[in-house]
Design a protein around this ligand. Sequence first.
Ligand code: DGL
Length: 268
Amino acid sequence: MTDSIDIGVLDSGVGGLSVLREIRGLLPDTALGYIADSAFVPYGRLSAETIIERTCALADIVVAHGARMVVVACNTATAAAVPTLRTRLEVPVVGMEPAVKPAAQATRNGTIGVLATVGTLNSARFAALLDRFAGPVEVITQPCPGLVECVERGDLDSPETRLLVRRFVEPVVAGGADTLILGCTHYPFLRPVIEDCAGPGVALVDTGRAVARQVARVWESQGGGGSGGSARFWTSGSLAQLRHALDVLWAPGATAATLPGDGGTNHA
Ligand code: DGL
Protein backbone atom coordinates (compact mmCIF):
# COMPACT_ATOMS: atom_id res chain seq x y z
CA MET A 1 0.00 0.00 0.00
CA THR A 2 1.71 3.18 -1.15
CA ASP A 3 -0.02 5.39 1.39
CA SER A 4 0.80 3.10 4.29
CA ILE A 5 2.34 4.73 7.36
CA ASP A 6 5.03 3.43 9.71
CA ILE A 7 4.27 5.34 12.90
CA GLY A 8 0.92 6.75 13.97
CA VAL A 9 0.95 9.80 16.23
CA LEU A 10 -2.17 10.92 18.11
CA ASP A 11 -3.23 14.03 19.94
CA SER A 12 -6.43 15.83 20.88
CA GLY A 13 -5.41 18.49 18.36
CA VAL A 14 -2.27 20.02 16.93
CA GLY A 15 -0.15 20.06 20.11
CA GLY A 16 1.39 16.69 19.28
CA LEU A 17 3.09 18.36 16.32
CA SER A 18 5.65 19.56 18.88
CA VAL A 19 6.49 15.87 19.42
CA LEU A 20 6.13 14.94 15.76
CA ARG A 21 8.83 17.44 14.74
CA GLU A 22 11.25 15.78 17.18
CA ILE A 23 10.35 12.32 15.84
CA ARG A 24 10.87 13.56 12.28
CA GLY A 25 14.31 14.85 13.30
CA LEU A 26 15.41 11.46 14.67
CA LEU A 27 13.66 9.18 12.16
CA PRO A 28 13.80 11.04 8.83
CA ASP A 29 12.96 7.99 6.69
CA THR A 30 9.78 6.91 8.43
CA ALA A 31 6.31 7.55 7.03
CA LEU A 32 4.44 9.40 9.76
CA GLY A 33 0.68 9.63 10.13
CA TYR A 34 -0.78 12.17 12.55
CA ILE A 35 -4.35 12.47 13.81
CA ALA A 36 -5.64 15.66 15.41
CA ASP A 37 -8.87 14.77 17.21
CA SER A 38 -10.03 18.34 16.80
CA ALA A 39 -13.74 17.53 17.02
CA PHE A 40 -13.08 16.62 20.67
CA VAL A 41 -10.38 19.11 21.68
CA PRO A 42 -9.67 19.98 24.46
CA TYR A 43 -9.36 16.56 26.10
CA GLY A 44 -8.54 18.29 29.38
CA ARG A 45 -12.24 18.79 30.13
CA LEU A 46 -13.42 15.29 29.05
CA SER A 47 -13.98 12.27 31.30
CA ALA A 48 -11.30 9.58 31.35
CA GLU A 49 -13.83 7.16 29.79
CA THR A 50 -14.37 9.41 26.78
CA ILE A 51 -10.65 9.96 26.33
CA ILE A 52 -10.06 6.19 26.43
CA GLU A 53 -12.79 5.67 23.84
CA ARG A 54 -11.41 8.36 21.54
CA THR A 55 -7.79 7.30 21.85
CA CYS A 56 -8.61 3.66 21.14
CA ALA A 57 -10.67 4.67 18.08
CA LEU A 58 -7.84 6.80 16.71
CA ALA A 59 -5.23 4.13 17.39
CA ASP A 60 -7.34 1.61 15.45
CA ILE A 61 -7.35 3.99 12.49
CA VAL A 62 -3.56 4.45 12.33
CA VAL A 63 -3.00 0.71 12.81
CA ALA A 64 -5.45 0.05 9.95
CA HIS A 65 -3.21 2.36 7.87
CA GLY A 66 -0.24 0.13 8.59
CA ALA A 67 1.29 1.82 11.65
CA ARG A 68 3.74 -0.48 13.41
CA MET A 69 3.93 1.80 16.40
CA VAL A 70 1.50 4.22 18.07
CA VAL A 71 2.69 7.37 19.81
CA VAL A 72 0.27 9.14 22.13
CA ALA A 73 1.66 12.66 21.80
CA CYS A 74 -0.65 13.97 24.50
CA ASN A 75 -0.10 13.98 28.25
CA THR A 76 -3.83 13.99 28.97
CA ALA A 77 -4.56 11.00 26.72
CA THR A 78 -1.55 9.13 28.05
CA ALA A 79 -2.71 9.60 31.64
CA ALA A 80 -6.17 8.24 30.82
CA ALA A 81 -5.74 5.76 28.00
CA VAL A 82 -2.28 4.26 27.56
CA PRO A 83 -2.76 1.22 29.85
CA THR A 84 -5.96 0.30 27.97
CA LEU A 85 -4.29 0.90 24.62
CA ARG A 86 -1.41 -1.41 25.53
CA THR A 87 -3.77 -4.24 26.40
CA ARG A 88 -5.69 -3.80 23.12
CA LEU A 89 -2.95 -3.27 20.55
CA GLU A 90 -0.32 -5.65 19.28
CA VAL A 91 2.01 -2.85 18.18
CA PRO A 92 4.13 -0.95 20.73
CA VAL A 93 2.61 2.16 22.30
CA VAL A 94 4.73 5.09 23.45
CA GLY A 95 3.08 7.67 25.70
CA MET A 96 4.31 10.73 27.54
CA GLU A 97 4.02 12.43 30.89
CA PRO A 98 5.13 15.71 32.45
CA ALA A 99 8.90 15.78 33.00
CA VAL A 100 8.81 15.72 36.81
CA LYS A 101 11.99 13.70 37.20
CA PRO A 102 14.26 15.93 35.05
CA ALA A 103 12.73 19.07 36.56
CA ALA A 104 13.24 17.81 40.12
CA GLN A 105 16.87 17.13 39.24
CA ALA A 106 17.34 20.51 37.54
CA THR A 107 15.83 22.85 40.13
CA ARG A 108 18.35 24.93 42.07
CA ASN A 109 15.99 26.23 44.74
CA GLY A 110 13.84 23.13 45.28
CA THR A 111 10.59 24.45 43.76
CA ILE A 112 9.18 23.45 40.39
CA GLY A 113 5.97 24.34 38.55
CA VAL A 114 3.87 22.12 36.31
CA LEU A 115 1.70 23.68 33.61
CA ALA A 116 -0.75 21.06 32.33
CA THR A 117 -4.41 20.32 31.68
CA VAL A 118 -6.94 19.64 34.43
CA GLY A 119 -7.19 16.06 33.17
CA THR A 120 -3.46 15.44 33.51
CA LEU A 121 -3.14 17.10 36.91
CA ASN A 122 -6.14 15.22 38.34
CA SER A 123 -5.02 11.82 37.06
CA ALA A 124 -3.82 8.96 39.25
CA ARG A 125 -0.88 8.60 36.88
CA PHE A 126 0.30 12.14 37.66
CA ALA A 127 -0.09 11.56 41.41
CA ALA A 128 2.05 8.43 41.06
CA LEU A 129 4.63 10.41 39.07
CA LEU A 130 4.92 12.95 41.90
CA ASP A 131 5.17 10.18 44.50
CA ARG A 132 7.98 8.58 42.57
CA PHE A 133 10.07 11.50 41.44
CA ALA A 134 9.30 14.74 43.29
CA GLY A 135 11.04 13.70 46.51
CA PRO A 136 11.67 16.73 48.71
CA VAL A 137 11.00 19.16 45.87
CA GLU A 138 7.99 21.45 46.24
CA VAL A 139 5.65 21.15 43.26
CA ILE A 140 3.24 23.93 42.25
CA THR A 141 0.65 22.64 39.80
CA GLN A 142 -1.16 25.03 37.49
CA PRO A 143 -4.03 24.02 35.19
CA CYS A 144 -4.15 26.24 32.10
CA PRO A 145 -7.64 26.13 30.56
CA GLY A 146 -7.77 28.09 27.33
CA LEU A 147 -4.14 27.72 26.24
CA VAL A 148 -4.82 24.62 24.13
CA GLU A 149 -7.49 26.56 22.23
CA CYS A 150 -5.04 29.42 21.50
CA VAL A 151 -2.62 26.96 19.88
CA GLU A 152 -5.44 25.24 17.98
CA ARG A 153 -6.26 28.61 16.40
CA GLY A 154 -2.60 29.14 15.52
CA ASP A 155 -2.73 32.15 17.82
CA LEU A 156 0.68 32.01 19.49
CA ASP A 157 1.34 35.62 20.28
CA SER A 158 -1.78 37.80 20.45
CA PRO A 159 -2.50 40.10 23.42
CA GLU A 160 -5.22 37.60 24.52
CA THR A 161 -2.77 34.69 24.47
CA ARG A 162 -0.16 36.72 26.35
CA LEU A 163 -2.74 37.71 28.97
CA LEU A 164 -3.78 34.11 29.52
CA VAL A 165 -0.16 32.93 29.75
CA ARG A 166 0.58 35.66 32.27
CA ARG A 167 -2.43 34.65 34.37
CA PHE A 168 -1.10 31.08 34.64
CA VAL A 169 2.64 31.62 34.80
CA GLU A 170 2.86 34.57 37.20
CA PRO A 171 1.49 32.79 40.29
CA VAL A 172 3.81 29.84 39.77
CA VAL A 173 6.85 32.08 39.45
CA ALA A 174 5.63 34.17 42.42
CA GLY A 175 5.41 30.90 44.36
CA GLY A 176 9.15 30.47 43.85
CA ALA A 177 9.42 27.98 40.98
CA ASP A 178 12.74 28.24 39.14
CA THR A 179 11.86 25.37 36.78
CA LEU A 180 8.65 25.12 34.81
CA ILE A 181 7.41 21.91 33.18
CA LEU A 182 5.49 22.28 29.91
CA GLY A 183 3.17 19.37 30.75
CA CYS A 184 0.98 19.55 27.65
CA THR A 185 2.20 19.10 24.10
CA HIS A 186 0.48 22.28 22.97
CA TYR A 187 2.55 24.49 25.28
CA PRO A 188 5.97 24.23 23.54
CA PHE A 189 4.43 26.32 20.77
CA LEU A 190 3.91 29.06 23.37
CA ARG A 191 7.47 28.76 24.67
CA PRO A 192 8.58 32.29 23.63
CA VAL A 193 5.59 33.88 25.39
CA ILE A 194 5.95 31.66 28.46
CA GLU A 195 9.68 32.45 28.61
CA ASP A 196 8.99 36.16 28.33
CA CYS A 197 6.50 35.99 31.15
CA ALA A 198 8.54 33.70 33.43
CA GLY A 199 11.71 35.77 33.08
CA PRO A 200 15.35 34.77 32.63
CA GLY A 201 15.74 33.03 35.98
CA VAL A 202 13.24 30.29 35.15
CA ALA A 203 14.12 27.21 33.07
CA LEU A 204 11.46 25.54 30.91
CA VAL A 205 11.38 21.75 30.58
CA ASP A 206 9.69 20.02 27.66
CA THR A 207 9.47 16.27 27.01
CA GLY A 208 9.18 16.21 23.20
CA ARG A 209 12.84 15.35 22.55
CA ALA A 210 12.93 12.61 25.21
CA VAL A 211 9.75 11.04 23.83
CA ALA A 212 11.22 11.08 20.33
CA ARG A 213 14.35 9.36 21.61
CA GLN A 214 12.17 6.66 23.18
CA VAL A 215 10.21 6.31 19.92
CA ALA A 216 13.50 5.90 18.00
CA ARG A 217 14.76 3.30 20.48
CA VAL A 218 11.57 1.24 20.24
CA TRP A 219 11.46 1.66 16.45
CA GLU A 220 15.03 0.38 16.06
CA SER A 221 14.37 -2.51 18.45
CA GLN A 222 11.48 -3.52 16.18
CA GLY A 223 13.77 -3.66 13.16
CA GLY A 224 13.86 0.02 12.17
CA GLY A 225 13.78 1.04 8.50
CA GLY A 226 11.02 3.17 7.04
CA SER A 227 8.78 3.65 4.00
CA GLY A 228 10.00 7.13 3.06
CA GLY A 229 10.00 10.40 4.93
CA SER A 230 6.41 11.40 4.26
CA ALA A 231 3.94 12.89 6.72
CA ARG A 232 0.16 12.73 6.45
CA PHE A 233 -2.33 14.49 8.65
CA TRP A 234 -5.94 13.79 9.49
CA THR A 235 -8.48 15.63 11.60
CA SER A 236 -11.84 14.66 13.07
CA GLY A 237 -12.74 18.36 12.98
CA SER A 238 -12.35 21.22 10.53
CA LEU A 239 -9.93 20.59 7.67
CA ALA A 240 -9.55 24.33 7.04
CA GLN A 241 -8.50 24.84 10.64
CA LEU A 242 -6.02 21.94 10.51
CA ARG A 243 -4.52 23.34 7.30
CA HIS A 244 -4.15 26.76 8.90
CA ALA A 245 -2.52 25.25 12.00
CA LEU A 246 -0.17 23.13 9.86
CA ASP A 247 0.91 26.22 7.91
CA VAL A 248 1.83 27.92 11.18
CA LEU A 249 3.14 24.96 13.22
CA TRP A 250 4.50 22.47 10.67
CA ALA A 251 5.04 23.43 7.03
CA PRO A 252 2.90 25.03 4.34
CA GLY A 253 1.23 22.64 1.91
CA ALA A 254 1.23 19.52 4.12
CA THR A 255 -1.02 16.63 3.00
CA ALA A 256 -4.13 16.82 5.16
CA ALA A 257 -7.58 15.23 5.10
CA THR A 258 -10.59 14.68 7.28
CA LEU A 259 -10.84 11.26 8.90
CA PRO A 260 -12.73 8.91 6.63
CA GLY A 261 -16.20 7.61 7.50
CA ASP A 262 -17.43 8.43 10.97
CA GLY A 263 -14.14 9.98 12.03
CA GLY A 264 -13.77 7.28 14.63
CA THR A 265 -16.76 8.55 16.56
CA ASN A 266 -18.56 5.20 16.52
CA HIS A 267 -15.65 3.05 17.61
CA ALA A 268 -15.94 1.36 20.95
N1 DGL B 1 -1.85 18.10 23.93
C1 DGL B 1 -2.68 17.65 25.00
C2 DGL B 1 -1.81 17.32 26.24
O1 DGL B 1 -0.67 17.08 26.11
C3 DGL B 1 -3.73 18.66 25.18
C4 DGL B 1 -4.85 18.20 26.00
C5 DGL B 1 -6.17 18.84 25.71
O2 DGL B 1 -6.65 18.69 24.57
O3 DGL B 1 -6.74 19.40 26.64
O4 DGL B 1 -2.23 17.27 27.34
